[in-house]
Design a protein around this ligand. Structure first.
Ligand SMILES: [Zn+2]
Length: 331
């Protein structure tokens, strides 16, 4: 689940790019009520690390930029290994060191509370949202605070403004599994879900190319692709290895994590699109196609559908956009 797609008049278009995996909750979670005045303090209490350097993601530096980050490292040096594992996972998701050189990753934030997760979203926008600017007005800050807090209780992790913001349960499970102190969940079940969630989010980070659909369709398309890369056991086993959690998370727990499906309709739409393009969704051809960037997949699907259905590529693109953009709720 994502923070609500509040495309506000003040230009927070990036808020709509927040991406995340929701837990299997029912109903609408309560919002976290916060205001700009409290968010800076709260964000400083979270473990926020800026990622510096260029080139392969695995070789970049993690610089603690908050009191929470410095305290975490003091209490548990193992936390740095956890974060290095996340960098390794992102590099792996990109297709290796060389392929990861172009990935934009501004930072990683580990939340120690639901409110902290919302504060991290707020802070990521203030620091790195190109559409927000350096001197936001009071009204903009208030709107951003509201947008940041909306679905925070339900969001396991999200990517926004080039930041990987990890919610309290995933962060807690991840740290606990490596022997670091935690504020959130500690079970094997949560550790397995952390593997799944981080593999999903890594896909958002490594492939931001446009499939050539409308904005509403693009979002659903990217969620379907992130799921396509994080819903097979082999993918999760690879991710588990990158995170150095082989000993902590058994295969059975990984299998169980696959019952968490926050985007079933987008997954179905992708399968239908593949079929319409003449590609069996479970085939090797489909796997090969889905391993390519979103832009190429979008083109291939539109062309395939146009051929199969005797229509134009433009019409196929419009149909795809509508199909991916009409999920029951806008995430
Ligand atoms: Zn997502």
């Amino acid at each position: 689940m994502l923070l609500s797609p509040n495309i506000t008049p003040v230009g927070f278009a990036a808020i709509g790019r927040m991406l995340g995996v929701a837990p299997p909750t029912s109903g609408t979670p309560a919002s976290v009520a916060m205001n700009p005045a409290s968010l800076d303090t709260l964000a400083d209490q979270q473990a926020r690390f800026r990622v510096e350097g260029s080139g392969p993601v695995g070789g970049r530096s993690l610089v603690p930029i908050s009191t929470g980050a410095r305290e975490l490292l003091e209490e548990s040096p193992a936390a740095r290994d956890v974060l290095s594992g996340v960098l390794a996972l992102i590099e792996h998701a990109a297709g290796g060191a060389e392929a990861s050189a172009g990935v934009v990753l501004n930072g990683i934030a580990l939340a120690s509370s639901v409110e902290g997760h919302a504060a991290n979203t707020y802070a990521a926008h203030l620091a790195d949202d190109p559409e927000l600017g350096r001197s936001p007005s009071g009204a903009q800050l208030a709107q951003l605070a509201s947008d940041s807090s909306g679905d925070a209780p339900a969001t396991k992790a999200l990517v926004t403004s080039g930041w990987l913001n990890v919610g309290v349960d995933v962060a807690g499970a991840l740290l606990a599994a490596r022997g670091a102190p935690v504020g959130g969940a500690t079970s094997v079940t949560h550790a397995a879900l952390a593997v799944r969630v981080l593999r999903h989010e890594a896909q958002h980070l490594v492939d931001t190319s446009s499939p050539g659909l409308t904005p509403a369709g693009t979002h659903g398309f990217h969620e379907a692709l992130a799921e396509a890369h994080s819903t097979h056991l082999e993918q999760l086993q690879d991710a588990r290895g990158m995170l150095a959690l082989d000993a902590a998370v058994p295969d059975e727990a990984l299998r169980s994590s696959l019952t968490t499906r926050p985007y079933p309709q987008h997954e179905r739409t992708l399968a239908q699109a593949l079929k319409a393009a003449g590609i069996e969704p479970t085939s090797a051809d489909a796997a090969a196609l889905l391993a390519r960037p979103a832009s190429q997949i979008g083109v291939a699907l539109a062309e395939g559908i146009a051929r199969s259905e005797g229509t134009t590529v433009e019409q196929a693109r419009a149909d795809l956009s509508r199909a991916f953009g009409t999920d029951g709720r806008a995430h």
